[in-house]
Design a protein around this ligand. Structure first.
Ligand code: SAH
Length: 430
């Protein structure tokens, strides 16, 4: 989401005559886009912010823009007092405050101003920033802003505001415009992406939106994240199963495998409902890959309750686990009403246990690709190797002198590990 937001800021700024600089020391404008989902992310943001003070002292004309969840949607932000050297504060997904600041300060032509404002509103006709033009294979498109679910641990609803679906015309216009700039794969984004349109009865469902996105010429692959188990319906599974461009990959957080912990988290489902959903997804979409999110050490989580999570993961053998140790976030239900009582070293023990389990699971899943030939979309070259992904989102590296950027080519897998695979291009007549 933040990558998508930052690209949109860059794009709007280019219409005011700015261009990307790889060095902070040379930049006239510095945008720090932040995440606060866990304490560690928040600390990283403060750390970076502190390093910008000497930059501002040395060059008082530099414009510093703090953006994202550290700022949040609240007015009268105490950060204004704490960081007086920040010139502009922008809520998540909103380039407008920076654009307006630069307009008010600079000497811009009227048409520049109008175009920059239009881009800042993100009304769909997205031009990729210059530095990624012709290089970017994967595009990110926010389709639902904010979240209204309020899981007990989660700060996102407070920082990103209530759930707002974007108009379908805007999304499709943006996807079209990305396709015309060489993007081959788009990922539709939302905190609960499968709730797309639920706040706007006149909008299509996510399944229809996927079908409409599939019509776009040039877009070869479509993904979406993140889903919530309670909103993953048959229509959506049907769309994934039948639309050839929609990749067989589902991101569906479980968070915990114990019913009491799930209830305390206010997730709205039981471990068994999650188990049955995974079964249903696998039956409906053969060969599907499923990724999940897990939090260990939620308040009150006992050893036995953690074991339920561990056992569920051992049983389901999911393709990927985004793992986190519980981090109390100010203002959330769990922070206000429950003690953060699982000791830090115990959180780490649980974290490592799942990490170890998952490494073995993934080793096994990747190994099943050995000697198979799979279509890989190539995203970028890292040193001598091209990096690409299978439809199931498995990472595959191929060493070759050929330029593979943006191509989908058959690759025979020759080596596999727990996090990635290697392969070679299958000779074809091209
Ligand atoms: N909207 C998605 C993802 C949100 S953030 C969802 O609802 O699942 C990504 C992940 O961060 C969450 O899935 C959760 O696992 C993790 N997370 C959120 N708040 C957290 C907290 N307070 N402590 C630790 N992990 C947290």
């Amino acid at each position: 989401m933040n990558v998508a937001d930052s690209e949109r800021v860059a794009s709007a700024l280019e219409h005011l005559g700015y261009e990307y600089s790889p060095q902070i020391e040379k930049a006239d404008v510095i945008v720090l886009n932040t995440c606060v989902v866990r304490q560690s992310a928040e600390e990283k943001a403060y750390g970076r912010l502190t390093t910008l003070l000497p930059v501002k002292r040395a060059r008082p004309d530099v414009v510093i823009n703090l953006m994202g969840c550290l700022v949040g949607i609240k007015e009268n932000n105490p950060l204004h007092k704490r960081f007086p050297y920040v010139d502009v504060f922008s809520p998540p997904s909103d380039p407008a405050p920076l654009v307006e600041f630069l307009i008010s300060r600079g000497d811009h032509r009227q048409e520049e101003i109008e175009t920059a404002r239009r881009y800042a509103l993100m009304d769909g006709d997205l031009l990729l920033p210059n530095f990624s033009q012709g290089k970017q294979v994967i595009g990110w498109i926010p389709i639902v802003y904010g979240c209204s679910h309020a899981c007990a641990y989660c700060i996102i609803p407070y920082k990103r505001g209530i759930e707002r679906s974007r108009p379908p015309e805007e999304i499709l216009k943006e996807a079209n415009s990305l396709a015309s700039q060489g993007v081959k794969e788009v990922t539709l984004l939302g905190q609960i992406v499968d709730r797309y349109g639920k706040d706007r009865p006149e909008y299509p469902s996510l399944a229809s939106l996927l079908a409409q996105t599939s019509e776009i010429e040039g877009i070869e692959r479509i993904r979406f994240l993140t889903s919530h188990p309670n909103w993953m319906n048959d229509e959506l599974l049907e769309a994934v199963a039948t639309l050839p461009k929609v990749m067989p990959h589902i991101e569906i957080p479980n968070q915990a495998g114990d019913d009491e912990v799930l209830a305390n988290m206010r997730r709205g489902y039981t471990a068994d409902q999650y188990r049955r959903l995974v079964e249903k997804i696998r039956n409906r979409i053969p060969g599907v890959s499923i990724a999940t999110d897990i939090i260990v050490g939620f308040p009150g989580e006992t050893d036995a309750q953690f074991q339920h999570t561990y056992d569920l993961l051992a049983e389901l053998k999911l393709d990927m686990v985004h793992l986190a140790r519980y981090s109390p976030r100010k203002g959330t239900v769990s922070q206000r009403t429950m003690a953060d009582d699982v000791p830090n070293d115990e959180k780490w023990r649980r974290f490592r246990a799942i990490e170890k389990l998952q490494e073995a699971v993934q080793r096994e899943i990747y190994a099943s690709y050995q000697d198979r030939t799979v279509p890989i979309l190539f995203e970028e070259k890292l040193k001598k190797r091209w990096k690409g992904r299978t439809p199931t989102n498995k990472l595959v590296f191929v060493e070759t002198e050929r330029d593979l950027l943006g191509r989908v080519l058959p690759v025979r897998i020759t080596w596999t590990g727990p996090w990635s695979a290697r392969g070679e291009l299958v000779e074809n007549k091209e």
